[in-house]
Design a protein around this ligand. Structure first.
Ligand code: SF4
Ligand code: SF4
Length: 486
């Protein structure tokens, strides 16, 4: 479709108000309408370039950084069920943390979106960052801006088109290959990844096939699927309809200022638009042609909008050229536009922000206060206490999980009641547990009868390292002779 036809269609859709009856990226026949987004230029484009560059650098270097004790900063080894977050080791026994983290993330997403809209989509989402700040930038470099891209697309497969498309697709494929390498390094770890690269595909054919699948998946997503990921596939995008309301801050068109009393109208030099009741929108469609999802922000909030800020920059440029105030499209809620108010920390925003802060703090502290050696003493099923003179003896099964990457020399003692004694069968009171190892076995606990106040007494067993520091403690029940007097 030529640019002229496309622009005519945009204008017709607006006039007829039919934009909700069809997809911005599909023609009436259902055929995909390719989006040739104009290159965004402006204040927000610059800020977003900086944020994207920082996030991309972090993404590419983090899997290669280790802590002083050799732990990777981040590794998600789903194959061996080993995870490193900020250098701390997590095993499947920490699943409860994962579950809490998942619930926190879901609540965080809901609360954050209700107040702040889709800031995540526009500024942090890897799909947007790679699509708008890597792949599309390469496209602009090779094929030029929107008009040149449309011309190239409409021309036949001459030498220019073949050369430019081949170059673009080859670079896209290479970047997809790089992204896959980084993704696999996050899973396998840098050492294992290096080993696999040096050994070649024949060493682990299934791993290599998996790698190729991801290379082509990334290529398919960024070279072909593009904005369809945000408009059709991403579940977060689908949820917008139920998450946002009239107080949610999103990228919004100021329809009161833009439409005036006589509606939007084309720009005419030396015309007093205010006196004529014309709005500040000069109907130039710059906000539409710059949109990577092909929508018209002036139609109100739409779930296709990824809050990329491109239309803010495009409209501000037009406003500056025409001498009108900038901010016709800006971050605002529908109520802020209707009531002509600026951003205010309303009780709702403060309450939701507090909830978010508490959630993140609780989750972060849970990650850091968990014990390095998980301890469990479970009552042996089907066994009963025995009496040795005046001492009650109870049997337990112990489990120790070393959640660090260091070998630990540990010892155990009964902390309450103080007169209690504990013996790990085969170890006594001292034992050594290797990194990431689980130690299981039987233990006996002895407590003098005189120190048992109840039939079922709570006892505390402590685990200490070789410097005498307590690394964990476990509360369990000790069942002795009945204290009920008849
Ligand atoms: S860029 Fe601004 S002035 Fe131009 S059509 Fe969009 S809202 Fe109106
Ligand atoms: S409407 Fe504006 S903010 Fe939303 S996706 Fe399009 S250009 Fe980006």
């Amino acid at each position: 479709m030529s640019q002229e036809t496309e622009d005519k269609n945009i204008a017709e859709n607006e006039q007829q108000g039919t934009f909700r009856e069809h997809l911005a990226t599909a023609e009436g026949s259902g055929k995909r309408k390719w989006i040739f987004a104009k290159k965004p230029r402006g204040k927000f484009a610059k800020y977003k370039d900086i944020v994207s560059a920082i996030l991309l650098i972090l993404l590419f270097i983090l899997p290669f950084i280790s802590t002083p004790n050799g732990n990777p900063i981040f590794q998600f080894d789903i194959l061996n069920r080993q995870f490193y977050l900020f250098g701390a080791y997590f095993s499947p026994s920490d699943f409860y943390l994962f579950a809490i983290g998942l619930v926190t993330t879901i609540v965080f997403i809901i609360v954050f979106t209700v107040v702040y809209g889709r800031i995540f989509c526009g500024w942090i989402c890897p799909q947007t960052i790679f699509m708008e700040h890597v792949f599309r930038k390469i496209e602009y470099l090779i094929e030029g801006d929107r008009n040149k891209q449309i011309r190239l697309d409409n021309q036949g497969w001459d030498s220019e088109k073949v050369r430019k498309r081949l170059l673009k697709w080859t670079i896209f494929l290479f970047i997809s290959f790089l992204i896959s390498n980084v993704l696999f390094t996050y899973v396998l770890g840098k050492e294992e990844m290096k080993k696999q690269i040096l050994a070649g595909p024949s060493e682990s054919p299934s791993l290599f096939i998996g790698f190729l699948v991801f290379v082509f998946l990334f290529y398919f997503v960024f070279a072909w699927l593009r904005e369809q990921v945000c408009t059709f596939i991403c579940p977060y995008g689908r949820l917008q309809g139920v998450l946002i309301d009239k107080d949610t801050i999103n990228i919004t068109y100021d329809f009161i200022r833009g439409e005036g009393t006589a509606g939007r109208a084309k720009w005419r030099k030396n015309e007093n638009r205010k006196a004529l009741g014309k709005g500040d929108c000069i109907d130039c469609d710059q906000c539409v042609v710059v949109c990577p999802t092909g929508i018209d922000i002036r139609n109100g909030s739409q779930l296709e909008c990824i809050n990329c800020t491109a239309c803010i920059d495009a409209c501000d440029e037009v406003m500056i050229k025409t001498g009108l105030p900038t901010g016709l499209i800006r971050y605002a809620s529908e109520n802020m536009i209707e009531n002509r108010t600026g951003f205010k920390f309303t009780p709702r925003v403060i309450a939701y922000t507090l909830v978010l802060t508490v959630l993140v703090s609780v989750c972060t502290s849970l990650l850091f206060v968990r014990s390095n050696v998980e301890t469990k003493f479970l009552k042996e099923v089907g066994t009963q206490f025995t009496l040795e003179d005046d001492v009650v003896v109870d049997g337990y099964q112990f489990i120790f999980i070393n959640k660090t990457t260091e070998t630990k020399n540990l010892n155990v003692k009964v902390l309450h009641p103080k007169s209690g004694e504990i013996f790990l069968m085969g170890y006594g009171t001292k034992f050594t547990i290797k990194s990431k190892e689980t130690l299981k076995g039987n233990a006996t606990v002895k407590i003098p009868q005189s120190d048992l106040k109840k039939t079922k007494e709570e006892i505390i067993i402590g685990v200490f390292d070789d410097k005498g520091q307590k690394v964990d403690e476990y509360k369990t029940n000790f069942i002795g002779p009945s204290k009920v007097k008849f």
